[in-house]
Design a protein. Structure first.
Lengths: 71, 410
């Protein structure tokens, strides 16, 4: 399915991808330090492992801090 | 890792240094380069991690922030240019014109000045109450109250309040407690365990390693629901529990230019590693000095929470793990006697800092509180015959000997 991640089109296989999996697929640095929005709505961190991405979702990974990439 | 010292020394989340340096270097530069226009856009939008400009973030400063975060189990930490910058940033983020904060008159002089002379003219109400009676809060808090502000051990009054009790009452109104933990630091007091939402610290003091550099810390303990705070509710929609840190980083802290200098962060990280050793020694010395001063006929009174006759002794003992900080005050016959003692000392230094490695002496009424009338000074607990000793980590017998000679000359 097609989704938008941080403003760019992305293809994700299947329809069962969770936010946690999407963070891994996108090699997101310091996932503990990222805030996730789907279609402009904040997603609680505890829901990352269960919340599934849907076709045409606009997903934004937002950092609340500046910072370097961890190891 | 469980121990405070082990964490302070080994925690951190930085990249491996290109040369294998064991300590994060001082990145004393202003700007950071990106590989593409798209990459710099994402960083500015907060959609990728990356330092862009030192006023907003910096690797050396981040090393200090991350160590403090891991030491305190906090949600987020922002290092700022001074302790006063920490307080100002937090109040400006939480409160607005027409709102109010509740505090006590037993405050550090500059904090009182910030409230009275800087924030009040912008329309912020400051309601001072006696926080030794926590129930007073139930009558003082109203729908415009945005926070309750207090200090762990007030400087220089050395008053100690029941922080857990205060936090419990304040939590019932869904507003945050802001605690200035400068004189205790997370080594003596884990504010999160006492229900404190935000801890602010002047890291110039104990943390800097000996009065090396000026700095401040804002610690979000991660226990407050920021969506209930009128100023933060919109930010909370986007960043959820990280609203305070996000609002600081992406607005107030950035716009006020409150950043900590990387050079200062380097020294403060170094100081953090020996924090426990130095606090233990200064507390031990302060108790020895307080007991010595109590025994002298020239001294009218001694105020130190570590003394059993202090009204705050038992409370402080329980809250701060049987340690009582490095500040004490005592009174002499009058101001003239205070000046004579201060001028006659040879080891103790005449300076206005606290929690330095050196023992420092000051006459608060004529210095930190010089802008206030005699009546206000008395209200603030700063009489003209009071001396403040900020006890360092020297050998206590040398400091006692210095004081003894000074007192004998009176």
């Amino acid at each position: 399915m097609f989704i938008m991640v941080n403003g760019e089109k992305q293809t994700v296989e299947g329809s069962e991808t969770t936010i946690s999996e999407l963070l891994v697929l996108n090699k997101v640095s310091m996932p503990d330090m990222v805030s996730v929005q789907i279609n402009g709505q904040f997603v609680d961190k505890k829901d990352f492992v269960t919340k599934k991405i849907a076709e045409k979702d606009e997903v934004d990974f937002l950092y609340f801090m500046g910072g370097g990439k961890a190891l | 890792m469980k121990g405070f010292a082990t964490k302070a020394i080994h925690c951190g989340a930085m990249k491996k240094d290109v040369h294998g340096a064991l300590r994060v270097p001082i990145y004393d530069n202003a700007a950071f380069e990106f590989e593409s226009a798209r990459a710099i856009q994402l960083a500015f939008e907060g959609r990728s991690l990356g330092h862009s400009y030192t006023r907003i973030s910096n690797p050396t400063v981040e090393d200090l922030e991350e160590r403090i975060r891991l030491l305190t189990d906090a949600r987020g930490v922002v290092a700022v240019s001074s302790g006063m910058a920490a307080i100002a940033n937090v109040i400006l983020v939480l409160a607005e014109t027409g709102g109010n904060i509740i505090s006590t008159r037993c405050l550090f002089g500059n904090t009182y000045s910030l409230f009275e002379h800087t924030l009040k003219p912008w329309g912020l109400g400051i309601n001072y109450i006696d926080l030794t009676e926590a129930d007073n809060l139930k009558r003082a808090i109203n729908e415009k109250t945005r926070a309750v502000f207090l200090e762990t051990i007030t400087n220089p009054q050395l008053q100690v309040v029941d922080i857990a009790k205060i936090s419990k009452i304040v939590a019932g109104f869904n507003i945050p407690v802001i605690l200035d933990g400068t004189v205790t630091t997370p080594y003596l007091f884990r504010s999160k365990d006492f229900g404190v939402a935000i801890e602010v610290i002047s890291s110039t003091k104990y943390i800097s390693g000996g009065g090396t550099t000026v700095g401040g810390l804002i610690i979000d303990n991660g226990i407050q629901d920021w969506s209930a705070c009128p100023r933060l509710k919109d930010t909370a929609k986007k960043y959820g529990p990280y609203a305070l840190i996000a609002h600081l980083r992406r607005e107030a802290y950035r716009n006020l230019g409150s950043c900590m200098a990387p050079h200062n962060a380097y020294f403060q990280t170094l100081g953090l590693e020996t924090l426990g050793l130095r606090i233990d020694k200064s507390c031990e010395n302060a108790l020895a000095l307080a007991r010595f001063l109590e025994s002298r006929r020239e001294v009218k009174s001694v105020n130190y929470p570590g003394l059993k006759n202090s009204p705050y002794h038992e409370l402080a003992k329980n809250q701060f793990g049987n340690k009582f900080g490095g500040i004490l005050t005592f009174t002499l016959a009058d101001r003239k006697a205070c000046y004579k003692l201060i001028d006659g000392l040879t080891i103790i230094r005449r300076a206005t800092n606290i929690n330095d490695n050196k023992t420092l002496i000051l006459h608060p009424a004529s210095t930190i509180f010089c802008e206030y009338s005699e009546e206000e000074k008395n209200e603030l607990g700063v009489p003209s015959n009071m001396i403040r000793l900020a006890v360092g980590i020297e050998d206590s017998e040398d400091i006692i000997d210095d004081l003894k000679k000074g007192l004998e000359s009176l």
